[in-house]
Ligand binder design. Structure first.
Ligand code: 9PG
Length: 599
């Protein structure tokens, strides 16, 4: 497989909301290229493309994206490992010319803003991957391309047909996504380099682990927290959790090996009013944390720090703290929709403006207050919110910088010793700030759903289903302990109040175990018997071994990552799990030989 440099493209947002595309043809990739007012310099060595973008004009320029476009010389069919933008975005292999981007079916910007860096609909023939990708040809030659960071801007790889006449001839765009960030006259920005590595399609997950280790080291990934075992209130009680139910589970947890005890969504007075409890929680937060602490567990709490409900006290006090919609009519920027949360405006939630220093000070104080109340673990959810297109106070900041600024503020307030879990989180911008990251969609007390029943066409795989969490756990196993601790989402142990069979529950628990990721139980403990406990013990025993290997630089690998839409094999140093994703039957085998260690 060869990548032949063809063009540089720049997309500028003009003041009226339309795009302006500029192109420069290139022969030798290294050089300085003018695209209207924009100047791009590129330097390529064997394994790396370094580049910068500058504004050489005399007026400010809103740069949406800058891309290097390569022609792909390879034998068809081409396969692409699609890595998703945030925690819940589906990941897995797709075939060029066969599969499509979900946005091409949906065309719903609120949804696309949630699951992708660029919320605009892709071209019809396009496949995209965020931050990193592996492309493989028919001969099994594979190439990894990955940005060497993500704190300054997002990075998107787009595999698309070259033009109307040659749709089958593929081009690969490596795109620095700046989201319309304003670049002043004379200003130059260094872009994240693109790293390239070659290998065998069957070793894709080893290539990915090598990339993740490199990026993790370069950005001081937080990878030293102990192996996590805990309890989370969400997947049995959901929003109906009460203080009484929380306390009942705490009392029942005595004989369970939980270090963490985490309260999820349902305690808060409103989205945005995180320090106030609602009627179902008569105690204040500090009293709840004290009870958890007295039981010998680490108190954990959920919040969606960058969202605010129109009916909240926070919005009432500071309506000027939200970003604005840039389209006709303006108004507060809606970044999520969940009528169950209440709060007026038809269930829409607004996005706090993380480019406003006052908002950052509020986030820092909020995190400090939660830690002072006794919580040493914060689950930070729906954190994609600052990435949406809109009018933000500081127009120079990219979406990635807006996300990172919010996390930085929370880390400042929470201190170095608090475990931060990113959820619904854009992955690339938060390396070095979080200890753990949710790496897949929500589990549910059911294995799979009918894709035809999807709420949003094309986006079935984001809906809660244990199979969806399973797919991402395999696809992102390479990240564990290289970039953070992976949270595959909770094991589902109960055998009543569930559609999961005990074999499906066990398959999922074994998947979590072999992945080495965090092991969280989320059942009403009153429903669990000795068999459930045995499954948890199997998962934690598998998990501790796999986790220790990941910490030594060898996360679990997936030999069929580029062969199957939903992979079937997950291998730690000691075990191989083989799963039929159709019905979740599985086989767990002890491995004979240790696989070769990577670099
Ligand atoms: C609390 C929950 C739990 C859960 C989180 C998150 O795409 N969606 O519509 C969607 C809705 C909810 C959701 C994820 C995705 O769940 O992952 O663990 O904390 O919030 O509300």
């Amino acid at each position: 497989m060869q990548l032949v440099p063809l063009r540089i493209e720049a997309t500028l947002d003009d003041r009226r909301g339309s795009e302006r595309r500029l192109t420069a043809n290139i022969g030798d990739i290294s050089g300085t290229f003018a695209l209207g007012p924009v100047e791009v310099t590129v330097e390529r060595t064997d394994e790396r493309v370094s580049w910068t973008v500058a504004n050489r004009g005399d007026v400010a320029c809103d740069v949406r994206a800058v891309s290097l476009v390569f022609g792909v010389e390879a034998s068809a069919p081409l396969r692409m490992f699609r890595h998703g933008y945030q925690s819940w975005s589906p990941c897995g292999v797709a075939t060029f010319g066969v599969d499509t981007d979900p946005s091409a079916q949906a065309g719903v910007e609120l949804v696309q803003a949630t699951y992708h860096a660029d919320q605009r609909t892709t071209r019809a023939d396009e496949l995209r991957s965020e931050w990193v990708t592996v492309v493989a040809d028919a001969a099994g030659d594979a190439m990894l391309l990955g940005f060497d960071g993500g704190g300054e801007h997002d990075g998107t790889f787009r595999l698309r047909g070259s033009d109307q006449a040659h749709r089958d001839r593929a081009e690969l765009c490596t795109e620095a996504f700046l989201g319309g960030a304003r670049i002043e006259p004379g200003e130059q920005r260094v872009l994240h380099s693109v790293l390239m590595a070659r290998g065998d399609a069957a070793e894709a997950s080893v290539l990915l682990a090598d990339w993740a280790r490199h990026v993790g080291r370069a950005h001081r990934a937080r990878v030293t927290a102990p192996f996590q075992i805990g309890w989370c209130s969400w997947y049995h009680y959901f929003g109906n959790i009460t203080e009484a139910a929380l306390r009942a589970n705490l009392a029942l947890s005595t004989d369970w090996p939980f270090e963490l005890f985490q309260l999820d969504d349902g305690y808060q007075a409103a989205i945005g009013d995180w320090l106030l409890t609602n009627d179902t929680f008569p105690s204040k937060l500090d009293a709840l944390a004290a009870s958890i602490d007295a039981a010998g567990r680490t108190p954990g709490i959920w919040l969606a720090p960058f969202l605010v409900a129109p009916g909240s006290e926070l919005f009432d006090r500071r309506p000027d703290w939200v970003a604005a919609y840039s389209g006709e009519g303006g108004g507060p920027l809606r970044t999520w929709w969940n009528p169950a949360w209440g709060g007026g405006d038809e269930g829409f939630l607004y996005g706090l403006d993380t480019t406003n220093p006052e908002v950052l000070a509020y986030l820092e104080d909020l995190a400090r207050d939660l830690v002072d109340a006794g919580f040493q673990y914060l689950k930070l959810d729906f954190t994609f919110s600052p990435s949406a297109d809109g009018v933000w106070t500081d127009r120079a900041m990219t979406p990635a910088q807006r996300v990172r600024a919010g996390f930085e503020a929370i880390r400042r307030g929470a201190g170095d010793d608090t475990f931060l879990l990113g959820c619904g989180a854009p992955l690339a911008p938060i390396v070095g700030l979080v200890d753990g990251v949710r790496i897949g969609p929500d589990v549910a007390p059911t294995w799979s759903i009918d894709p035809a029943s999807a709420l949003v066409p094309g986006y079935a795989a984001i809906e809660p289903a244990t199979k969806h969490a399973y797919g991402n756990t395999l696809a992102r196993s390479f990240m564990h302990r290289q970039l953070w601790l992976n949270d595959p989402d909770c094991v589902m142990l109960r055998t009543v109040d569930t559609d999961l069979t005990s074999e499906q529950a066990r398959t999922w628990a074994h998947t979590v175990g072999v992945s080495g990721g965090m092991v969280l139980v989320s059942d009403d403990l009153a429903l669990l018997d000795g068999d459930a406990r045995a499954v948890l013990d199997e998962a934690t025993e598998l998990g501790r071994k796999s986790d220790a290997d990941a910490a030594a630089g060898r996360p679990a690998i997936v030999p069929d990552l580029l062969d199957e839409q939903v992979p079937r094999r997950l291998c730690s140093a000691t075990h191989e799990l083989v799963v039929d994703p159709g019905d979740a039957t599985s086989m767990l085998q002890r491995r004979q030989a240790r696989r070769p260690t990577s670099r």
